[in-house]
Design a protein around this ligand. Structure first.
Ligand code: SF4
Ligand code: SF4
Length: 414
């Protein structure tokens, strides 16, 4: 964090106004890298702010625990997060083949009343009430608890997945039995805005877990990248989140690091802030966001992440780092939720979903998880192996060479 003076710290509105006007906010904007290859020292950091999860009334740490990569033997990460003041733990039945839930259950035994635990399962249009109940009961067994605070329909990208009447029968029964308190859906793909709007208009959820980062807010990203002529496309996500908040639906953000290429950024982090902290502050500066979750894979990473807690103002140093990251990764990052490429492939390849699985493998360095997610796609990118690439050549409004990425993704993950 910068020095906290009025000059160094700006609220979201003045930040956007200044960048939109092309005003510099830091003398070193896009200057050369600093000399530090280490993250700033943040060992003493603790959670300093709680968000309110909309109508649920749940109070949760603004930086919370994502566990998509949590493995057996990593209970110490959960304990370290607890020690830092994190009180919201997000998992899913599919994460690390169930190990994530098992580790969280073991690590939080005896602490259940002090924390919020949420989990997810993928519910499809044809699933029955009893099948969904069995999925929840499996999660409860692994988590060693009698209830989850929020249960999500996982990775929803089609309105149809919110229209299964069996889900609502399941929710009513599970709630009566005390097995869940609130419900939501998670989403990160092309039709996210449509699905959010459908859920909000029909009052179907208490909580949303959505992909949201500085690369997905056109008002911000366009101003950030104007200097190198790349224009983000309006995708409606910020407005959809605002409509959710008007209905008092809690919003938790994920994928806040826009691909998480953290190592690329270390040379530019000079001690005041890390790229991750800057990206978190940007996400939390949106009053429509209750909190964020992020995968935590080491104790030092937890220290670094928690160092961004409590301050949702974006500093000049933060802007410097976000702009640097955008410049390094602008055409190497699929925003997924923009989905401008939808329909471009005559073979029905879901380009955004394919590139999301690629991100798990190449940016998050989690090939196992990427393979599982790739295997779960209803259509994969096998057609790319024999395609000329002509139909999708100009499909990406952000300049990604779709064909050059999809075929290697299939080879890597199929
Ligand atoms: S390379 Fe061909 S098959 Fe692959 S996404 Fe593009 S158009 Fe579709
Ligand atoms: S490939 Fe391009 S157009 Fe398609 S979702 Fe990703 S960023 Fe958007």
């Amino acid at each position: 964090m910068a020095d906290g003076s009025d000059q160094a710290v700006m609220d979201r509105r003045s930040f956007l106004r200044r960048t939109a006007l092309g005003l510099g906010v830091s003398g070193s904007l896009l200057g050369g890298p600093g000399t530090s290859a280490e993250a700033p020292a943040v060992a003493g950091s603790v959670i300093r702010r709680q968000g309110r999860l909309g109508r649920t009334g749940i109070s949760l740490s603004d930086i919370s625990f994502g566990s998509s990569r949590l493995r057996t033997g990593q209970e110490h990460l959960v304990h370290h997060a607890l020690d830092k003041g994190i009180n919201y733990f997000d998992t899913a039945d599919s994460y690390t083949g169930g190990e994530s839930e098992t580790v969280i259950g073991r690590a939080l035994k005896g602490r259940r009343d002090a924390v919020t635990i949420v989990s997810k399962t993928k519910v499809w249009p044809g699933d029955s009430r009893d099948e969904i109940m069995r999925a929840l009961e499996g999660s409860l067994r692994r988590l060693q608890t009698d209830h989850v605070d929020v249960y999500f329909n996982h990775a929803v990208n089609e309105v149809e997945r919110l229209e299964n009447p069996e889900w609502y029968e399941f929710v009513e029964l599970a709630r009566r039995q005390g097995k869940l308190r609130f419900t939501g859906f998670s989403g990160h793909a092309g039709r996210l805005v449509n699905v959010i709007d459908h859920a909000v208009e029909n009052d179907l959820v208490d909580v949303l877990l959505v992909s949201y980062n500085f690369g997905q807010d056109p008002a911000f990203y366009e101003s950030l990248t104007r200097s190198f002529d790349r224009i983000a496309t309006q995708n409606g996500l910020p407005a959809a989140l605002s409509r959710a908040r008007q209905k008092d639906i809690g919003v938790v953000a994920m994928k806040t690091l826009m691909g998480a290429r953290l190592n690329d950024m270390r040379p530019y982090e000079t001690g005041e802030a890390t790229f991750a902290q800057a990206a978190f502050r940007w996400t939390l500066s949106n009053p429509d966001v209750s909190a964020l979750i992020v995968s935590m894979t080491s104790e030092s990473q937890i220290d670094e992440y928690v160092g961004a807690s409590g301050d949702n103002r974006v500093s000049a140093t933060d802007l410097d780092l976000l702009m640097r990251y955008a410049k390094l990764n602008g055409t190497a990052y699929c925003r997924q939720a923009c989905n401008d490429c939808e329909g471009a492939c005559p073979y029905g390849v879901p380009i955004a979903d394919v590139l999301r699985t690629r991100m798990y493998a190449t940016d998050y360095q989690d090939v196992d998880f990427a393979r599982r997610e790739y295997a779960a796609l209803t259509v994969n990118a096998v057609a790319c192996l024999t395609c000329s690439g002509e139909p999708c050549r100009n499909a990406c409004s952000h300049g990604l060479d779709v064909a050059a990425w999809c075929a290697p993704t299939h080879r890597m993950l199929a």
